[in-house]
Design a protein around this ligand. Sequence first.
Ligand SMILES: [Zn+2]
Length: 486
Amino acid sequence: MKRILLFISVALFSLVLVVLIRTTGLKSKQLSVKPAPKVAIDTERAVENLAKAIQFKTISNQDPSKFDYQQFKDLHALLEELFPNVHGKLRKEPVNEYSLLYTWEGTDPELKPMLLMAHMDVVPIEPGTENNWTYPPFAGRIAEGYIWGRGSLDDKASLMGILGAAEFLLAEGYLPRRTIYLAFGHDEEIGGPNGAAKIADILESRGVQLEYVLDEGGAITKGMVPGLSESVALVGITEKGYVSIELVVEGQGGHSSMPPPHTAVGILSTAIHHLERNQFGARITGATKQMFAHLGPHMPFALRMLFANPWLFGKLIKSELAQSPPSNSLIRTTIAATMLEGSPKENVLPRKAKAVINFRILPGDTIDGIVAHVRKAINDERVRIGVLGKGRSPSAVSDVNSASYGVLARSILQVFPDVVIAPFLVVGGTDSRHYEEVSKNIYRFLPIRLVSEDYGRLHGTNERIAVENYAEVIRFYLQLIRNFNR
Ligand SMILES: [Zn+2]
């Protein structure tokens, strides 16, 4: 008995020791960088410029024929007026008329070019919510220390920030060593088929290989990572894939006074229920694993201990992350039943019931794998399963050890010395995925500062950016261009 107790004590002691050693051995991966001197930009003017850009209703519509293209033309004219140096010294090419590609020739043709991206289109205002806005969504109001309006965060802050930084540098007579492309799509919010995809095709057809691409996708968040009081700069290194699957059940139709025990709607509902009960497995891999490797060392001791010992606490970490939709979306392919259709009338049995399920695919999973999962989970031959459109696979994962990532991280820390940087899986989609053929190093980061409540403002009501934050956005692009051309 004594021996057994002794054995258990020794085993426990060793376990605790290993856990502690691993925890204290977890060292920060953060570069040590001095803040850059604050560049004296004309903030007041920059803020007014962004406010003006917000006033154009460059709204995306699922149907490209329903765009109000005049708004895009007017925005182009505004850009020409506000950024004379950019338009005097860079080559501007309209792509499919409404997207813009600028080429800023570098002095050293040996260096691979870089590309900065933004999109000019915005999402519509959801009907019925217009009056919930503190200031009208397209007024471009500057008030209470913020610039208000649709696009102030997504993504005109980026568009105007990039152009503002270029204008500033050109006015100083700055000559970049490497060629810089500025690429602004006009249809990102519907997937970028006529904008970013075409710009990427043009670059590919010219044999261009880019050192580096920067798009939106990550941000500076605060209070989003449990236990972490610092702001976190999330740099997207990959994005999830996307596919929608339609489920169809055929019924007999007829009068609802003499129904079968299960109508097409009932069978379909059961199928959806089974699917929701059979979620995809959780995995902490790839970008999410790297995110925790970067954040773990900055967490309080108890959490640090968990993340330093995934071999012991992996299950616990996953079940904790699964509790909230934002963190759950980082660790698995998600299932969202979004559309449903049955009979057209209350007393008519459905001839057909139809549902659409939207999946966001974790890197490592495939569309074929998802179809197989759906078939198995539903396990009912009466339910027809069909993939809508082509879907898209998860994007390639960009390297966090590349020189480009290092330059990006250094630039972030020079302008935002208060942040912890972490790589990140973008769960939505961005235009940058169109550039996979022309660059290995695709990063997704726009330094807008977001707290939890701001997430509802993106694509929602009262979108706004703090004046101070917008000045930081411009300084960040300035620093980045300079660092990439040293
Ligand atoms: Zn966007």
